[in-house]
Design a protein around this ligand. Structure first.
Ligand code: MTE
Ligand code: MO
Length: 197
C-alpha cells in the first residue's frame, strides 16, 4: 500500500480558513489564455541554486521515485476552497534531500513551463504534506490542473501550488514571483489571511 498522508490543515478545528467558503470543485486559474503543449521527451525537473548537488530528472525518473497519496483541502485567495482532493506524487522534501540543501538556502522560487513563478519559504517545501503531484483523484494530472507536475502546498493559498513546474531555484533572499510582484503576500498563510500586502 502506498503511504497516505492526510494534511494536518484538514484536521484543524478551523479547517475552513477565515473569509473562505466551500465550493464543490476546482476552478482552473491561469495567467495565460492558452496553455501550450510540452515536449515530454525534453522535459526535465531541475533543482539548482543553493544546493550541494543540482539535479535534473526526466518525467520517467520522477515516476520511479517513492510516491505518496495526499488528502488535502485547497484554498484560493479569491475566497473559494475545495475539500478533500486526493493527489499523488513525490514529497518535495525528498527532492530537496536528493539535491542536498545548503543551510543558507532559505527560499525557493518555483519556475513553471508557461512562465509563471511563485516564491515560498523552503520550510514549506519540507512539510510532510507538500508534494510535487502527477495524479489527481487517482488519474494522471489533467493538463488544466498542471500536467506534467504541480506543486501542492496545503498550508498556503493556492497560488503557491504552482502548475506545470519545471524548476526549483533555491535562494538566500525571498524573491517575489509573478503574483507577489503584483501585490500578493510573500508567504500566503490562509489562516492568517495573508492575501495581499
Ligand atoms: N503555473 C501556474 N500555476 C498556477 C497558476 C498559474 O496561473 N500558473 N495559478 C494559481 C492559482 S491563482 C490558483 S487558484 C491555482 C488553481 O489551480 P487549478 O487551476 O488546478 O484549479 O493554481 C495556481 N497555480
Ligand atoms: Mo488563486
Amino acid at each position: 500500500m502506498k503511504r497516505r498522508i492526510v494534511s494536518p490543515c484538514r484536521e484543524r478545528e478551523d479547517r475552513l480558513p477565515p473569509g473562505q467558503r466551500w465550493i464543490s470543485s476546482l476552478i482552473p486559474y491561469d495567467i495565460v489564455d492558452e496553455v501550450p503543449d510540452w515536449d515530454m521527451s525534453s522535459y526535465r525537473l531541475k533543482v539548482w541554486g543553493l544546493v550541494e548537488e543540482p539535479i535534473e530528472l526526466s518525467y520517467e525518473d520522477i515516476l520511479r521515485l517513492p510516491s505518496v497519496e495526499l488528502l488535502a483541502d485547497f484554498h484560493c485567495v479569491t475566497r473559494w476552497s475545495v475539500k478533500d482532493l486526493l493527489w499523488e506524487g513525490v514529497p518535495t522534501a525528498l527532492i530537496l534531500s536528493m539535491a542536498k540543501l545548503k543551510p543558507e538556502g532559505r527560499y525557493a522560487l518555483i519556475h513553471c513551463l508557461e512562465g509563471y513563478t511563485t516564491n515560498v519559504p523552503v520550510e514549506y517545501l519540507l512539510m510532510e504534506d507538500s508534494i510535487l503531484a502527477y495524479k489527481l483523484g487517482g488519474k494522471p494530472l489533467p493538463k488544466r490542473h498542471g500536467f506534467p507536475l504541480r506543486l501542492v502546498i496545503p498550508s498556503l493559498y493556492a497560488w503557491k501550488s504552482a502548475k506545470y513546474v519545471w524548476g526549483i531555484e533555491i535562494l538566500q533572499e525571498d524573491t517575489p514571483g509573478f503574483w507577489e510582484q503584483r501585490g500578493y503576500h510573500m508567504r500566503g498563510d490562509p489562516w492568517k489571511e495573508e492575501r495581499y500586502w
